[in-house]
Design a protein around this ligand. Structure first.
Ligand code: GCO
Ligand code: MG
Length: 409
């Protein structure tokens, strides 16, 4: 069996997605996700101009060999563009292998280690009543864990608060503010944030009781000592996790945070290589791995990383926003079903337009996500429907402090 072509499909059903389609001489096709939010076309060009011709003639069954070849022959290692491109090839090859074997990918990874994946949904609100309604809606949908984000007095525009975006006519994750030629500028005040967040969790606990699993995303905005302070302040509310409290490229910073708080920590949605996690994992400085198959080089390296993490009692909490395509989400749901140290899966749910283009076999029933039993990854790309949604330039927003300084976000 040989690969005869590798084509890149860029489509924007609600938001932009980059998909690689590998075709074999036996007519079997495989799909991989290469979406890098806000920098999509860089990965599309990497695949089209530098990778596609290298795949032609290769045996699609040799997943490990192809991964090592693409990673090492490039010489320039790591980085989100390279690793998203390699990820797409890796996923597409697992998809093909599953289709040829007539098995869903999770069966090739060792079979189901649980009935389905526990998820968390994104609740948010501009005030407590709006936040409570949002939590209730997510519980009704079946989520057993809830990420809680809220507006902060003193901060006008805050990413992750759906109603803020809705009030201006869009859902923040579907139509990134700033679709167009410039990213939207948001404001930020860490002290106002640190004062407000514990009061929100106090109110949520009082309303929903001690049992509900609650999560929060700090989106890289704090210094290590501020992060430690927040972790400590949230201890009475028993969070499932506190995510991305500080920019994690300084892994050593987590030693300080860890010494100050027992609030569980999740890190890594912007990481793309095992080395990014090395200190965090081997020193047990975090509790959950936030990597996404799409940005981490695919199923193959993420599976290895989770093997290492298991040695340190660290679990998965894979990144599942709507800018990971249904193909990328399927890849990590198959993996999450098969590994022993699964923790939780972020699941925001794609728009109807996205699901019409990608047609995933994934199900979400009784609070559990399952990839389905369709051979391969279980996603079918409707190329005609994809063509009806051309690429639209879209940037993520960014933050400035009151004095105009650009801040982490
Ligand atoms: C999350 C994230 C996302 C990212 C987005 C960037 O925890 O889901 O932080 O909302 O900001 O994926 O592209
Ligand atoms: Mg996050």
């Amino acid at each position: 069996m040989q690969i005869i072509s590798a084509d890149v499909v860029v489509t924007s059903p609600t938001r932009n997605f980059v998909t690689l389609k590998i075709t074999t001489d036996e007519g079997v096709t495989g799909l991989g996700d290469a979406t890098l939010n806000g920098r999509e076309l860089a990965v599309a060009a990497y695949l089209k101009d530098h990778v596609a011709q290298l795949l032609v003639g290769r045996d699609p069954h040799r997943i490990e060999d192809t991964w090592q070849f693409l990673y090492r022959s490039a010489y320039w290692r790591r980085g989100p563009v390279t690793m998203a491109a390699v990820a797409a090839v890796d996923m597409a090859l697992w998809d093909i292998k599953g289709k040829v074997a007539n098995l869903p990918v999770y069966q090739l990874l060792g079979g189901a280690a649980r009935t389905g994946l526990t998820t968390y949904g994104h609740a948010s609100g501009r005030d407590l009543p709006e936040l409570f309604d949002s939590i209730r809606r997510h519980l009704e949908e079946g989520h057993r864990a809830i990420r809680v984000q809220s507006s902060v007095p003193g901060i006008t525009a805050l990413y992750g608060v759906a109603a803020q975006a809705q009030a201006s006519g869009r859902r923040y994750d579907h139509e990134p503010a700033g679709r167009g030629s410039r990213p939207t500028e948001e404001d930020w005040d860490t002290r106002a944030y640190l004062r407000h967040v514990p009061t929100v969790f106090e109110a949520v606990r009082a309303e929903f009781g001690p049992g509900l699993a609650l999560l929060h995303d700090g989106h890289h905005r704090m210094t290590p000592i501020q992060a430690a302070k927040l972790g400590k302040a949230l201890e009475p509310y028993d969070l499932f996790w506190l995510e991305d409290v500080t920019p994690a490229e300084h892994q050593e910073a987590f030693r300080l945070i860890r010494h100050h708080t027992t609030t569980p920590l999740a890190v890594g949605e912007v990481f793309n290589h095992a080395a990014d996690f090395r200190t965090l994992i081997t020193e047990q400085l975090i509790d959950y791995v936030r990597a996404a198959a799409t940005h981490f080089g695919g199923i193959t390296p993420l599976r290895k990383l989770m093997g290492t993490a298991a040695e340190y009692q660290i679990k998965s909490g894979f990144h599942g926003p709507t800018d990971i395509s249904p193909v990328g989400l399927a890849a990590q749901v198959h993996l999450g079903l098969a590994i022993h140290n699964f923790g939780i899966q972020e699941y925001m749910g794609h728009s109807d337009a996205t699901n019409t283009v990608f047609r995933p076999s994934l199900t979400f029933r009784d609070g559990l996500l399952h990839p389905g039993d369709t051979p391969g990854l279980g996603v079918e790309l409707d190329e005609e429907a994809a063509a009806a949604h051309p690429y639209q330039q879209a940037y993520l927003p960014f933050n400035r402090l009151a004095d105009g300084t650009v801040h982490d976000w």
